[in-house]
Design a protein around this ligand. Structure first.
Ligand SMILES: O=C(O)CCC(=O)C(=O)O
Length: 171
């Protein structure tokens, strides 16, 4: 999406979003990754519980995820589910053999369903455990995310460059 002018304006040059990220990461931060999460009607798959710092191989805690609902997100269509305060703990993750994926091990009764209206922004720390359920409804559930990082962030799985990971503020 970083190459697409519409999404670039809507997400990466949107002062209402960037000001909020700046209040957490400070005056200088870069794009780590941006994604579209599309759960088609009736067959949209769940996303296993994980936190993004493990997913991206990052030890540095300064990662902020901005998640934006394009459709109303409900428990029935697979809204985001977060584990409150998990960014303050060390939540163990198991490796999924043969893949890069990791699955967080925790008590699922503590999860919170994050219902969201279209256009609503949910922000969470890179260490917050999250995932989502299947879409059981007859309409799609779509969302965008933009993951922002402190410019000094390093990863044991990825290398960053200015084309794919531009400065969104500062630089
Ligand atoms: O939208 C979803 O279902 C999951 C989103 C997610 O895993 C993320 O934003 O990192």
């Amino acid at each position: 999406m970083v190459q697409d002018p519409f999404f670039r304006e809507m997400l990466m040059r949107n002062p209402r979003i960037l000001d909020k990220v700046q209040s957490i990461l400070g005056p200088s931060f870069r794009l780590l990754e941006d994604q579209m999460f599309y759960k088609p009607a009736r067959r949209g798959a769940p996303i296993v519980f994980h936190h993004d710092n493990i997913h991206y191989g990052i030890k540095d805690p300064k990662v902020v995820v901005c998640w934006i609902a394009l459709d109303a997100a409900t428990s029935e269509n697979g809204c985001l589910r977060l584990l409150p305060k998990s960014h303050l703990k060390e939540i163990p993750h198991d490796r999924v053999p043969g893949t890069r994926r990791r699955i967080a091990q925790f008590d699922h009764s503590e999860l919170v369903d994050m219902h969201a209206a279209p256009g609503e922004l949910i922000m969470f720390d890179g260490r917050t455990v999250h995932g989502s359920g299947p879409n059981k409804t007859s309409t799609p559930r779509r969302a965008l995310n933009m993951v922002c990082m402190d410019p000094a962030t390093t990863s044991e799985l990825m290398s960053f460059n200015l084309e794919s990971n531009p400065y969104l503020r500062g630089g």
